[in-house]
Ligand binder design. Structure first.
Ligand SMILES: [Zn+2]
Length: 139
């Protein structure tokens, strides 16, 4: 798994905790202990009620395609090579059942087959020894 050369998340603070759950093939989001609202990306304060009280809650792993963009020209050297993550590719925004949105990629759907509202579920791809990324497949 040492061949992965694409950008990786910085594993620090709450982001490290988020990807720690991913490494266990489990998707978790922060949930406010005061008002119950979920949030992502990880941060200390609830945007709804300003509470600092929260806990990690396991996600259903299900959501729908909220948006995407098709990239046809590699703008980073790591995407020049012919790999599944190379161009054309379509980063997606998934709206999870918990209400949070997550930027990711599909594993089984070429860009021209994406549809608004398409039901998807999370899968996990261990791209390095340290980092496992949440990806999505069609339901
Ligand atoms: Zn809150």
């Amino acid at each position: 798994m040492s061949e992965y050369s694409k950008p990786l998340p910085g594993l620090e603070g709450l982001t490290k905790d988020f990807y720690g759950f991913c490494k266990q093939e489990s998707l978790h989001f922060q949930q406010c202990s005061q008002c119950g609202v979920f949030r992502h990306v990880p941060r200390e304060t609830c945007a709804e009620c300003n509470s600092f009280e929260w806990e990690w809650t396991k996600s259903s792993g299900r959501g729908t395609i909220f948006s995407w963009v098709v990239i046809n020209r590699a703008l980073h050297p790591a995407f020049y090579d012919p790999s599944p993550d190379a161009v054309p590719m379509a980063p997606i925004v998934v709206e999870m059942e918990e209400g949070v949105r997550l930027v990711s990629n599909m594993v089984d759907c070429p860009p021209d087959q994406l549809e608004m509202g398409m039901p998807v579920s999370v899968v996990f791809e261990a791209v390095t020894d340290e980092v496992t990324l949440p990806r999505f497949r069609r339901v």
